[in-house]
Structure formats: C-alpha cells, structure tokens
Design a protein around this ligand. Structure first.
Ligand code: SAM
Length: 305
C-alpha cells in the first residue's frame, strides 16, 4: 500500500481522458445556477511538475498532454483539424497553469475542479487523500489558493469520507447537486470491489448525483468486470450512464523485455450531462489520432439507461 505516486503518471493519456471528460461534465453542470458540491475521493497531490524528478524518470506526459499540446498548439504545428471544443478547453486550462509557454506544471483533478467551480455561488470542493506525502503537498497547494472554506482537504479514506456528504446540502433555491470523481490507484485489487460498493451506496443515498469513475484497462479480471458491474448497478438503479475508453496501443519503440506500462483506460459516468456524449464523440477520435501509438489502439463510447 502507498507505493503509488501519481506524480510518475501525471499528464499521461489516462489523465488526458479523465480530465477532458471531467471538464466537459463540469462545464455543463456549471451552466445551471444552483450551487454544487464537488467531491474528489482520491485527490492526489493536486499539482505536478512535468520537469521534476518523478516525471524525468516516468516521462508519461510526453505521450499524453505534451504530445497533445504540441499537435494543436506548438508554433508551426499543422494540426490534424481544429481541436474538438473539449480538447481546446482542456489545453486552454493547461496553458493557464503554464503562462511562460513551456509545459512545467500539470494540474490534477483538484485543480481542474477548483478552476471550474464558481466561487460566488457557494460551490464547495471536498478533497480526500490518504498518502501522507501527497496529502501534505495537496494541503500546501490548496492553501496557496486562499480559497477559505470553499475547498477542504481531508486525510481520510475517500470511499468512507464520501458517504456523509450525500445527499449534499440544498442550494439557496432548494435543489441538491453533486459531482463525485472516484479515481483510486487500484494499487490493491480490493479497490475494484470498493468502487462498486461505494457507487452502489452513493447512488442509493443520492440517485441524481453525477458519479465519475476512472479505471485502468488491464488484463486482470477485476478490471474487466468493473465497467460491467457499474453498468448493471446503473441499470438496476434506472440511472443513465456513459462509458468511454481510450487505448493508445503498444509503443512500437519498446523492446520485448520493456515493461509495457498502461496502454488503455476508461471513464464510467453515471447521470452524465446530455451534452457529454456529443463532446466525447468529437474529442475521442482526435485523441486517438494524436496519442495512438501502435497495436491495440482504439476508442469506444457507449451510453445506456
Ligand atoms: N485524482 C487525481 C488526479 O486526477 O489528479 C489522481 C489520483 S491518483 C490516481 C490516486 C490517489 O489516491 C493517490 O494519490 C493515492 O495516494 C490516493 N489514495 C489511495 N487510496 C486512497 C483512499 N482509500 N482514500 C483516499 N485517497 C487514497
């Protein structure tokens, strides 16, 4: 437990899929006036250095956000097409964290959410992070925002911490709204079962909340079963769902003895905004064209409920 550090992976293809889906969802939710509670059950450190020690060794952003930025924004680049609005919005956000132009900082999900929440309308952001070092970094990064009580960081198990927050408190007009991101490291295989149990409980407590789950697509029965279980849970609760996957395929420069690393991941969204499917329908093929590498590359998008 606790050997996972997101800094090694920040800005990789999985973060790109996750954060584009998160932003497209938040943009829609923020168009409605009533305040909203945002929860990130597995928040990470919040901000990551793309030129730091961790990424120097991992370098996964090179095949993710750095490649995407170069394809659409680099001086002299000949983009494949105009970027899909969801990709454009994401690249704008990343550029905002890097005003000098060079990509040095990558904002994790807490900062993606914080950037899109409305401060005057009493939106609240609740962050959970268990790792002692990443929890401390997150505390420090959030403190710099001087966001007061609108953003809270808790060093607690995010699965357990979520439950007392549901249903969320009513807005001034009486409506209750929440978006929850569940993004574990799946370092221990019990995380898969915990995600299912957590979603089951959360949807029971607050059926109209938007719940987003990230998961790795890897040859492990638990990983394979998770989206199937989430579909079943959503269908049983009669809630609409959206399921998107992005596989960048194998790196053709890797030798047979190299560790392949993560090549694919998925996002499962319960109660997605009605605009999300169209946003991802435009974005996913472009992500595949830019980030796809070799054998096994592909993308899928399904909705139901
Ligand atoms: N959501 C982040 C983002 O998109 O920027 C990345 C999160 S990373 C994949 C998962 C994080 O969950 C790690 O930082 C890990 O330390 C933390 N973690 C692991 N188990 C946890 C638990 N039960 N509750 C809260 N955090 C946990």
């Amino acid at each position: 437990m606790f050997s996972y550090r997101h800094a090694f992976h920040a800005g990789n293809h999985a973060d790109v899929l996750k954060h584009i889906t998160l932003m497209a969802t938040l943009r829609h939710l923020m168009q409605k006036d009533p305040s909203i509670t945002l929860v990130d059950t597995h928040a990470g450190a919040g901000l990551y250095r793309l030129d730091g020690d961790y990424t120097e060794t991992g370098g996964e952003a090179k095949d993710g956000v750095i490649k995407l930025m170069a394809a659409f924004r680099a001086e002299g680049a000949k983009p494949i097409a105009d970027p899909a609005p969801a990709i454009d919005d994401y690249l704008d956000l990343i550029a905002g964290f890097n005003p000098s132009g060079a990509l040095r900082i990558y904002p994790g999900s807490p900062f993606v959410m914080q950037a899109l929440m409305r401060h005057a309308s009493r939106d609240r952001l609740k962050l959970f992070e268990l790792h002692p070092t990443d929890g401390k970094s997150l505390d420090g990064n959030i403190a710099q925002l001087e966001a007061g009580r609108t953003v809270t960081v808790t060093r607690q198990d995010g699965f357990a911490g979520l439950m007392p927050l549901l249903p969320p408190p009513p807005s001034a007009t009486g409506s209750k709204r929440a978006l929850v991101l569940i993004d574990p490291s799946y370092e221990i295989k019990s995380d898969y079962a915990k995600v299912s149990a957590c979603i089951q409980d959360a949807v029971k407590r607050f059926p109209t909340g938007t719940f987003m789950v990230w998961y790795p697509v890897i040859p492990r029965p638990e990983a394979h079963d998770l989206p199937r279980r989430l579909k079943t849970l959503s269908n049983q609760a009669q809630r609409p769902w959206l399921h998107a996957t992005l596989s960048v395929g194998q790196d053709p420069t890797h030798g047979p003895d190299d560790r392949p690393g993560l090549t694919a991941s998925g996002m499962f969204v319960i109660n997605p905004p009605h605009t999300l499917k169209a946003s991802l329908q435009q974005a996913l093929p472009q992500l595949l064209t830019v980030l796809g590498r070799g054998r096994g590359k592909g993308q899928t998008l399904d909705v139901g409920g």
